[in-house]
Write a new protein. Structure first.
Length: 268
């Protein structure tokens, strides 16, 4: 039986950054190194990865189930070639079915989507993490109702996958206010919310961690950092799957995109 894998909440960076050169790509040097460090620390490759991306929002929960997923180019303002790139990792209809069954047994309906491709919440961090493009990947959507308790429960229901060689990764960004990202105020806002995340995810007991996440809107600068919680709610899935495992920071940068604070976390 494989060793029990950790779960992750990873800040995935901006757009298709691994496929670019020059100053924009260099902004992600620290993030890229953290992903390589994660790969090194994991050792043997997982059997597959289940990625919960902040870029796939559905009514309820859905799973990508194609054996050969396409691509979702959900960004704009980048060079034309970034709408032709292809991350060629296979999908896993078998894993998609296993996840759907686990969710069903836990009272959470989920549907299979054979048409869903990899969005940049998946391929932007998987490209530097597994550049060989051989690790099978299934994407799990988030539910547009953004209920923290529901997403914590989904994670708890999926925790057995950790003993089956499946890497569970929530992929988003610890700050996601696109309209204010270039504003001088976004630096202090992201720093205040990130400090709350550090206290919650690294320094709190598992019970307190869950309670604090259920009440995340009371955190300092919560709504200024996440006007819509599409890039936060998937953290609940990673934490739910973590159970009683402790969290630690595996990436922390205070000058991300020049002035933002961003972090990634590992549980277990």
């Amino acid at each position: 039986m494989p060793a029990r894998l950790p779960t992750f909440f990873i800040s995935h960076g901006g757009g298709p950054w691994p496929y670019l050169d020059g100053p924009f790509r260099q902004m992600f040097d620290q993030l890229e190194q953290s992903l390589k460090d994660i790969r090194r620390d994991l050792g043997a490759a997982p059997r597959a990865a289940l990625v919960i991306s902040g870029h796939w929002i559905e009514d309820g929960f859905a799973l990508s189930s194609s054996a050969s997923p396409g691509m979702v180019y959900d960004y704009s303002g980048f060079p034309a070639h970034t709408c032709q790139i292809r991350y060629k990792a296979p999908g896993s209809p078998e894993l998609a079915g296993r996840v759907r069954d686990l969710l069903g047994e836990g009272g959470v309906p989920a549907r299979l989507d054979p048409d869903r491709g990899y969005d940049h919440g998946t391929f932007s961090m998987m490209k530097p993490l597994y550049p060989e493009e051989e690790l099978p990947i299934v994407q799990l959507s988030i539910d547009r109702h953004y209920d923290p308790a529901a997403h914590l429960r989904v994670g708890a229901v999926l925790a057995p996958l950790r003993n089956e060689g499946v890497l569970i990764v929530g992929s988003s960004l610890t700050y996601h206010n696109m309209s204010a990202m270039g504003s001088p105020s976004s630096g202090p806002v992201s720093a205040a919310f990130d400090a709350w995340l550090q206290d919650t995810l690294v320094h709190s007991t598992p019970k307190s961690r869950a309670d604090r996440l259920l009440d995340w809107e009371s955190a300092p600068m919560a709504r200024a950092a996440h006007p819509e919680e599409d890039h936060l709610i998937l953290l609940m899935v990673a934490v739910g799957a973590a159970g009683n495992d402790a969290g630690r920071t595996v990436y922390h940068q205070t000058d991300f995109a020049g002035h933002l604070t961003a972090s990634s976390f590992r549980f277990g």
